[in-house]
Design a protein around this ligand. Structure first.
Ligand code: PLP
Length: 417
């Protein structure tokens, strides 16, 4: 979180006081650093500079139009998982030829739309999907570029909810069936095989699962090649972890360097990545206000205005997220070990357990590393309008990139009987 810094004991984002942002835009409030997002993306680009490549940002990590357009301007491609994400990236100015479409449940309408705009590739996740894409393409008199998402059956050594590369997961086509499904794909008139794809999980902090997956995928590429099925690109997915606490994941540059070394004997193959979290997680924070403190027996609660509806990672994945006080404690300030909890009527609405803090009513707290899977997973549960989002443009300037939802937004489309 290199854009956060304390000045005279108050927390700043670049040269902007967190307290000023909270005052201007209200809380809870998501704040992102444009500079940090750019740097994270360009690290992938730099590492791939001598290879034919495309870095497709995984839209689901943070799908705000400002984030997407910033990345589109830097030349990013996009990995989408729904028509909603497709419409978003088009709205943000993405080049359709740089869009890959993942996801296990692509509907006929979604496939039609993707063919109509001319995306780069469908990452096909089942045999049935392959046949559906072929039929839709035939009806539209088009040819669909596809890769098969292969499940390499490696253990990503991450949280089970974000591990996708084991054979029992719903994602991808099993390794054993891969060759067979590629042969079937070849026989379909409106299918054009262009690539191979895998994505084994998220928040991976070790290199070995990536390397194992790449080995498995390359072994398959060789088999396909000898079967005269020519692979133009290898998509190694996303999943690179970030530091939330004390994790020391490889850098994008380390990851890419190791993987592209494996590809030295495949000079004509284009390399794709689909990073999400590693581009945006540490680019964002969530500012929240303490509504109350509550002390009962040995339990101390800091009750804040952001809840699991705004940021579900702690509740959903047991995720640990760092929390910084807006104001550093002063000598003599009373501190307690708090559970930081939100306003939602669920016992799981806890943002952080057991944090030593010195806070009182109306103080601000900053939840770090909230740029990925934060706002994009936010909901209106308990009828809370979703928070505003702000982009730090440079050291001094910031811009509202999504208005706080209004109460009218909460019931848009509903009727009173
Ligand atoms: C979620 C996802 C990604 C991005 O994962 P990160 O861990 O955010 O990098 C990439 N590809 C696919 C297919 C995904 O589902």
């Amino acid at each position: 979180m290199d854009f956060l810094n304390y000045q005279h004991d108050h927390l700043f984002a670049n040269q902007i006081a967190i307290a000023d942002l909270a005052k201007q835009y209200g809380t809870p409030l998501y704040v992102y650093s444009a500079d940090h997002i750019s740097k994270q993306f360009l690290a992938y680009e730099q590492a791939l500079i001598n290879n034919k490549h495309l870095v497709c940002y995984a839209v689901k990590a943070n799908s705000n139009l400002a984030v997407l357009s910033l990345l589109a301007k830097l030349g990013a491609g996009f990995d989408i998982v729904s028509q909603g994400e497709l419409e978003r990236v088009l709205k943000a100015g993405a080049d359709p030829k740089k869009i890959v479409f993942s996801g296990v449940a692509k509907s006929v309408v979604e496939i039609e739309r993707a063919l109509e705009v001319g995306i780069k590739c469908f990452n096909v996740e089942s045999e049935a999907e392959l046949y559906r894409i072929n039929e839709v393409a035939k009806r539209l008199n088009k040819t669909a570029p596809i890769s098969l998402r292969i499940n390499p059956d490696v253990d990503a050594k991450t949280h089970p909810y974000i591990s996708t590369g084991l054979r029992e997961n719903k994602f991808g086509i099993s390794y054993e069936l891969a060759l067979d499904v590629y042969r079937k794909a070849r026989s379909l008139a409106n299918i054009n095989i262009v690539g191979i794809d895998c994505h084994i999980g998220s928040q991976l902090t070790q290199l070995s699962p990536f390397l194992d997956a790449a080995d498995r995928i390359l072994a398959l590429v060789d088999k396909l090649q000898s079967d005269n099925i020519i692979i133009e690109h290898i998509d190694l997915g996303g999943g690179l972890g970030v530091c939330y606490d004390s994790e020391q994941p490889p850098t994008a540059s380390q990851l890419v360097t190791e993987l592209k070394n494996k590809l030295i004997n495949y000079p004509d193959i284009e390399i794709l990545f689909e990073p999400g979290r590693s581009i945006v997680a540490n680019s964002g924070v969530l500012i929240t206000k303490v509504e109350y403190t509550k002390h009962q027996d040995d339990n101390h609660f800091a009750i804040v205005d952001a809840g699991m509806n705004d940021l579900i990672r702690p509740a959903l994945y047991d995720a640990w997220m760092n929390i910084l006080p807006e104001k550093q404690p002063q000598a003599g300030d009373e501190s307690f070990v708090y559970n930081v909890v939100g306003p939602i009527c669920e016992s799981s609405d806890v943002l952080a357990y057991q944090r030593k803090l010195s806070v009182k009513q109306d103080d601000l707290l900053v939840i770090c590393s909230a740029g990925a899977y934060g706002f994009s997973m936010a909901s209106n549960y308990n009828s809370h309008p979703r928070p505003a989002e702000v982009m730090l443009i440079d050291e001094q300037q910031h811009k509202l990139i999504r208005e706080r939802e209004s109460f009218e937004d909460l019931w848009r489309g509903e009727v009173v009987l």
